[in-house]
Write a new protein. Structure first.
Length: 400
């Protein structure tokens, strides 16, 4: 009897415990977090207030969007969303104290489609592993807008995949070695405000649709794009580039188009593009280029190379263009202020060929003058010899 009674009590206790756990979980999962508003119609949880220092631990079931607005949170800790696996969107807006995204902050978010940071003035760095381990099943958009990111550390997006869009509008943005390494499939990468680019940004990354670098000021060093493969378009636009070094694009594989458009380029070195393997089209257009001293500056193995509508600092040092197989270079590119924006062909014809002809004529005239002097001197010496011989004959005749 005692045994039966004890067994019955144990079963009752376990049943009550399970009921309590179920009831507690149900209540908690259905409760809107403190300092948050839950819009059931939009399935959105909006949390705000300067007294809010942390992210919520859990959200009501069925809610897909979390907005953190005007809060005082300082960081996004590791595994912050481990109990919010239903989330599709996470937005940080006007978070003036936020300055840190920890490693694996978004780990395990299988259904996430948007992570955005807007007007977070103290968020200056994206640290190693910040966006690693997300495991998203659908295309993910990651956006930094009006947030002055100044450095992206190596491995920040390591093993990220299926990224629909990565957009970073930085301020004095430095891209560290391996900043975008080990990414599989990124459709649209847009960067602005870049001031420093280290080599090997994209090591072991593949399947990028468009890489767009704009409104930046930097130097492209050797092997900047080494290890990146399968890119539809690499576009650099409206940038001030101090130098594109020899080998800047070495190690880049299988690219449909590389395009440099509407930039100010101080120096374009020889063989900058020759290291690209399997390049479809190279287009360099509407740039202002200060130094372009050799035909190898635009040399590549691309199926098609277009060098057009550029403004170049002209001088006779670019006469190599006259011997280039693509004769359109001379007529489709123009001289800067020294050439009053005339075509390169016109400049070379008026300034370099005439100089060469004048020098040739001057040299020939000088040669003729010198030859004339030599001939005059020779004739004078010959007449002097004849005079001596005649004088000797005269003396012999008188003696005899």
């Amino acid at each position: 009897m005692n045994i039966l009674f004890a067994t019955t009590n144990t079963v009752v206790h376990r049943t009550l415990l399970l009921f309590f756990i179920f009831f507690t979980t149900t209540v908690l999962s259905g409760k809107c977090p403190d300092d948050c508003e839950c819009d059931e119609l939009e399935k959105t949880v909006t949390c705000g207030g300067l007294l809010l220092l942390t992210l919520p631990d859990i959200l009501p079931s069925g809610y897909h969007t979390l907005i953190m607005r005007n809060t005082s949170i300082r960081s996004v800790p590791k595994n912050s969303f481990r109990r919010m696996d239903e989330l599709r969107e996470v937005r940080f807006e006007n978070s003036e104290q936020l300055d840190q995204i920890d490693k694996f902050a978004f780990k395990g978010m299988k259904y996430i489609r948007l992570i955005s940071f807007s007007n977070c003035p103290r968020l200056h760095e994206i640290c190693k592993g910040a966006f690693s381990g997300i495991s998203n099943k659908q295309g993910l958009k990651i956006r930094f807008h009006e947030t002055p990111i100044q450095r992206i550390h190596g491995g920040a997006f390591r093993h990220a995949n299926n990224i629909r869009e990565l957009s970073i509008s930085g301020s004095d943005l430095a891209l560290s070695r391996h900043a975008f390494a080990s990414i599989t499939q990124l459709d649209f990468l847009t960067l602005s405000g870049v001031v420093m680019v280290e080599p090997q940004l994209f090591t072991n990354s593949t399947r990028f649709h468009i890489i767009h670098i704009k409104e930046s000021q930097f130097e492209l060093t050797p092997e900047t794009f080494e290890g990146l493969a399968h890119v539809h378009q690499l576009l650099i636009q409206r940038c001030k580039i101090s130098r594109i070094a020899s080998g800047a694009f070495d190690g880049l594989h299988t690219v449909e188009t590389i395009e440099l458009f509407d930039n100010q380029i101080n120096s374009l070195a020889a063989r900058a593009f020759t290291g690209v393997v399997n390049l479809g089209r190279l287009r360099i257009a509407r740039n202002m280029i200060k130094s372009l001293e050799t035909t190898e500056s635009i040399l590549s193995d691309a199926v098609q190379t277009r060098f057009e509508e550029n403004t170049v600092d002209c001088g006779c040092h670019i006469k190599w263009m006259q011997a280039h197989p693509d004769r359109s270079l001379l007529d489709s590119n123009y001289c800067g202020s020294s050439g009053v924006y005339r075509s390169i062909h016109t400049f070379l014809r008026h300034h370099c060929e005439n100089n060469y002809t004048s020098r040739s004529i001057s040299t020939q005239a000088s040669s003729r003058v010198d030859n004339g002097s030599i001939n005059t001197k020779s004739n004078s010496q010959s007449m002097h010899h004849h005079y001596i011989i005649l004088s000797m004959f005269y003396l012999i005749f008188v003696i005899c």
